[in-house]
Design a protein around this ligand. Sequence first.
Ligand SMILES: *[C@@H]1O[C@H](CO)[C@@H](O)[C@H](O)[C@H]1NC(C)=O
Ligand SMILES: *[C@@H]1O[C@H](CO)[C@@H](O)[C@H](O)[C@H]1NC(C)=O
Ligand SMILES: *[C@@H]1O[C@H](CO)[C@@H](O)[C@H](O)[C@H]1NC(C)=O
Ligand SMILES: *[C@@H]1O[C@H](CO)[C@@H](O)[C@H](O)[C@H]1NC(C)=O
Ligand SMILES: *[C@@H]1O[C@H](CO)[C@@H](O)[C@H](O)[C@H]1NC(C)=O
Ligand SMILES: *[C@@H]1O[C@H](CO)[C@@H](O)[C@H](O)[C@H]1NC(C)=O
Ligand SMILES: *[C@@H]1O[C@H](CO)[C@@H](O)[C@H](O)[C@H]1NC(C)=O
Ligand SMILES: *[C@@H]1O[C@H](CO)[C@@H](O)[C@H](O)[C@H]1NC(C)=O
Ligand SMILES: *[C@@H]1O[C@H](CO)[C@@H](O)[C@H](O)[C@H]1NC(C)=O
Ligand SMILES: [Zn+2]
Length: 524
Amino acid sequence: MHLSTFVLCLSLGALVKCASGSEWCYTGCEHTPSKWKDISGSFCGEKRQSPLNIVPGHVVTDPKLDNFTFVNFSSQHAIKSMENTGHTVKCKLKDNEVEVSGGGLNGTYSTIQFHFHWGDTDHHPGSEHMIDGHRYPMEMHIVSLKKGLSVQQAIEKSDGIAVLGFFINATEDRNISEAWSRLTSYLTNVTEKDSEVEVSHNISINDLIGNVDLTKFYRYMGSLTTPNCNEAVMWTVFQEPINIHKDLVQLFPMKAGFTNAYRPPQDLNGRRVFASPATPLPPSPPWCYGDHCVKCILKDDLVEVSGGGLGHVYSTIQFHFHWGSTSHDSTGSEHTVDSKRYPMEMHIVNKRKDLTLEQAVKTPNGLAVLGFFIESKATPKSSSGSSGHQTTTSTSSSGSNEEYWKKLTEYLPIIQNISSNVEVSAEISIDDLLGDVNRKSYYRYNGSLTTPSCNEAVVWTVFKEPIEVDHNLMMMFPTHAGYSDVFRPTQRLHTRTVFTTSASSFSGSMLPVLLLAYLCAILM
Ligand SMILES: *[C@@H]1O[C@H](CO)[C@@H](O)[C@H](O)[C@H]1NC(C)=O
Ligand SMILES: *[C@@H]1O[C@H](CO)[C@@H](O)[C@H](O)[C@H]1NC(C)=O
Ligand SMILES: *[C@@H]1O[C@H](CO)[C@@H](O)[C@H](O)[C@H]1NC(C)=O
Ligand SMILES: *[C@@H]1O[C@H](CO)[C@@H](O)[C@H](O)[C@H]1NC(C)=O
Ligand SMILES: *[C@@H]1O[C@H](CO)[C@@H](O)[C@H](O)[C@H]1NC(C)=O
Ligand SMILES: *[C@@H]1O[C@H](CO)[C@@H](O)[C@H](O)[C@H]1NC(C)=O
Ligand SMILES: *[C@@H]1O[C@H](CO)[C@@H](O)[C@H](O)[C@H]1NC(C)=O
Ligand SMILES: *[C@@H]1O[C@H](CO)[C@@H](O)[C@H](O)[C@H]1NC(C)=O
Ligand SMILES: *[C@@H]1O[C@H](CO)[C@@H](O)[C@H](O)[C@H]1NC(C)=O
Ligand SMILES: [Zn+2]
């Protein structure tokens, strides 16, 4: 009996199904997705599961994700048959004809089949992966095994399987793709479970992919999305969808006889999702220097900033730090005042509430960044220059709550490895970190992001009074991060004007609504 669980049947919806007698389904049986973990021998309750809701704001660019090499994707005769498995519609490919490598994959993978996930006939979408909570109408999975491995061997290796995921978008465009018309015409021949039809039309995989930009993709380590959910998949999810006519999308649930054939998104469990260099990402990762940043991402819509002459309501998305070196009198602020560079600078990044992040980076006042200088509490002054103005800016330095800085910096040793991140469980609010620094006295100018791609979308507010932080805590940034001088040199003013608050110019405190913010992650 035990042995029989190792008998493989290349199956149905699942790439692999073990003959353990466990039936599974999306709806209408005992083992629906939330119960898949109870199926004996399944990995569905483990920590590296797929699909995911991919949040581009938390994705990191990986330069190692180079261009793919596709072999025989343009072959007109690679598709052997179409089969209704009862869980999906699967197109089997001829053996050893189609291959994929590159794209950051370790080695060559032999493509064996592709299949689909869909919603229902009422236009309810059914992709498995989601982008920022958006579910596309359908998703196509092109499944490849590491070359030379059997299915059984592949599902036992952490990178034994490579799946290329393509979103399918439903359009009204009457210019129906010839390849999709031909392919979907076979759906009428596979209306019954376990029925299979030979594909004789000339259809290549490239014809189906169309003009999707294959250099733009996400990558993460995950699992099969059907039982037994083996954690063996290097996932590639292409950013651009394949656009096909909505009538063709409807054919899948109509002809196959079942609907909503997708698994809900799974927990990330500390995994990172990477993106190829060509993939456009919202501005949070580009704030880092290469992979290097210490950044606190805030839970969505928790903290807001308005007033202070900004003219819009902004929601706070993250804050991060710029610093110098480990030397005692190092300076690393980005802005300087009368040529004085402060030891550190904290940036609180806010996005206009009425815009998406992608729109905001293209709008001149789409982002508002609040900059706070950070000065050492222990040493009286860091005297690099002899400017007479320097004393006027630092004499009134504000005390901040040391306890909270201590809590925050305690997380730095844990995230020493680049790309590691940690859930911050201690409750620290931005207010706690700012202490009683004067929020009514600041400089204001129109500027840009200080890291590539330097979008000129930022209304800058640089507060005059520095936050005071214990010197030893400040030293933890260069020490534990392992890199120094994380600041961009000052830029030319050109024709811009820097405004400053005077006693009466802007009424109202700058930060009226900085509520309690739970930090949710620090990324490096
Ligand atoms: C990757 O492909 C794109 C588009 O096909 C091309 O522009 C680019 O030069 C390629 N990159 C490399 C490193 O070959
Ligand atoms: C590509 O397909 C052709 C037949 O169409 C086959 O002869 C060739 O071996 C295939 N290439 C690879 C690398 O498998
Ligand atoms: C690449 O694959 C080979 C063969 O499967 C394996 O020995 C090696 O450890 C892999 N390398 C990485 C970086 O995963
Ligand atoms: C998806 O299709 C809709 C409707 O045709 C269209 O408005 C939208 O731009 C498409 N999305 C993408 C990402 O192509
Ligand atoms: C229709 O699509 C084909 C190929 O997909 C393209 O060559 C043609 O220009 C398109 N026609 C229109 C009117 O969009
Ligand atoms: C597929 O179904 C159509 C319509 O029912 C039929 O005309 C055609 O012969 C079938 N094709 C195959 C290969 O069975
Ligand atoms: C299908 O491909 C074969 C061989 O490549 C070619 O001779 C034939 O004309 C093609 N059929 C159609 C309908 O394009
Ligand atoms: C950092 O990575 C190294 C090697 O990958 C590992 O041995 C070490 O435990 C990691 N350190 C932390 C703090 O995660
Ligand atoms: C920033 O630019 C806008 C127009 O885009 C202008 O109305 C505003 O006065 C400028 N603000 C500053 C501080 O220069
Ligand atoms: Zn799938």
